[in-house]
Design a protein around this ligand. Structure first.
Ligand code: NAG
Ligand code: NAG
Ligand code: NAG
Length: 359
């Protein structure tokens, strides 16, 4: 090719390619193709003024936003489990306090609220926003904070008269048709307890009971701590388990009942009256201390059951059709709260929280 040919043909071609290249580069700098949008709508943000607003909250009004203001006892947990684990759709759970103004609800854990309320939000509450009070300790073990009486819109509690009721466990139909197999037993009665107070009703009862029958005791209270992973196997190896609550209150029926039930051990309960238990579990699935005139009578009955296999197995009849479901602290509670918010837009205010809880 001659020099003039190069000037005539190649130069304009190179120049054209250069200009076109610049144009393409500029195009991609200014118009990001939609595929470069960060994965899923949840991470994407639009910046308006100084506030980060999640992309979905503008485009999708059916998404409910719940802000976890105080981590329960400072423990963090998975906030992304609503759909994947609990089958609850349409919830966005966050711990990002910048999202306060657009949150449909705010979750507060009672035990984590400062006595002077200094760790509660100070900004004005948006008119649509509901504050949720969450507490899973009994009134006897809850700090008395009269100043919170009129702050909240919803209660989240084990109690059946809470707005969002979440018992510690429940009895649900078992899907499997396999027969329940009783675990091997090499102990009669067990009790695992960490918090020992000599004036607790349960401590007084135990002190009388163990004079008549041997109780295998474990836990901090007895200087015999056991690792969490061994709890179930120890419990399962006992015919009976003392499911003694730390205080006696309506509906306050905790994992102390549901754990032995689920591993195949008969719970001997001390707590609210039998009638209250029977709202949650089958009447022939447990033994209540109130069924006996004295700890001595209870001890004699347990020895009778020890001798009589058929009578003992009667306590597992319910297992033919049912099983235990325990609640997943705190992720499940949080998702249930969000689910409730999404289905209840109506006005609601709690005006006497302390009185209600202690009453
Ligand atoms: C909005 O959110 C709901 C609940 O998660 C979902 O079913 C629906 O598909 C979403 N709509 C859009 C347009 O993303
Ligand atoms: C939230 O709304 C209040 C008024 O209701 C306003 O004073 C405050 O600046 C807003 N905060 C943010 C972070 O946008
Ligand atoms: C929530 O409760 C507060 C305090 O009682 C009340 O001022 C507010 O209007 C309630 N909001 C809703 C959405 O129910």
């Amino acid at each position: 090719m001659s020099k003039t040919a190069v000037n005539k043909i190649l130069k304009p071609l190179l120049l054209g390619t250069f200009i076109f290249g610049c144009f393409v580069t500029l195009f991609f700098m200014y118009f990001k193709p939609s595929t470069s949008w960060p994965y899923g709508p949840i991470e994407s943000t639009i910046y308006t003024e100084q506030v980060k607003i999640p992309f979905f909250s503008r485009s999708n009004k059916s998404m409910t936003i719940l802000l976890v203001w105080l981590w329960p006892y400072g423990q963090t947990y998975d906030l992304t489990a609503c759909s994947s684990i609990f089958n609850i759709e349409g919830c966005f759970i966050t711990a990002d306090k910048n999202l306060y103004n657009i949150s449909d609800g705010i979750l507060f854990h009672h035990q984590s609220i400062a006595d002077d309320l200094s760790n509660l939000p100070t900004l004005q509450r948006p008119s649509f926003q509901k504050w949720i009070w969450m507490n899973f300790e009994s009134p006897s073990h809850s700090t008395n904070l009269p100043s919170i009486a009129k702050l909240f819109n919803l209660t989240l509690n084990y109690r059946q008269d809470a707005d969002i009721k979440v018992p510690y466990g429940s009895i649900i139909p078992s899907e499997t048709k396999e027969d329940f197999v009783l675990p091997k037993k090499d102990k009669l009665i067990c009790w695992i307890v960490s918090n020992w107070k000599k004036d607790h009703v349960r401590a007084k009862y135990y002190n009388k009971l163990h004079k008549h029958i041997e109780v295998h005791t474990y836990g901090r209270a007895f200087g015999k701590r056991i690792p969490d992973k061994d709890l179930n196997s120890i419990m399962a190896s006992c015919k009976f388990y003392l499911a003694f609550e730390n205080s006696i209150h309506k509906d306050y029926i905790t994992e102390k009942l549901y754990n032995p039930l689920s591993v195949g051990t008969v719970p001997v309960v001390l707590g609210p009256p039998r009638q209250n238990y029977e709202k949650f579990i089958q009447g022939d699935a447990f033994i209540h201390v109130d069924d006996f005139n004295s700890p001595k009578d209870l001890a004699e009955y347990l020895m009778l059951l020890d001798e009589n296999e058929e009578m003992y197995l009667g306590y597992f009849k319910w297992r033919r059709l049912f099983k235990v479901k325990t609640v997943h602290f705190w992720a499940e509670h949080t998702c249930l709260a969000c689910d409730y918010l999404s289905r209840h837009k109506e006005y609601r205010a709690i005006n006497d929280l302390d009185k209600w809880y202690r009453g």
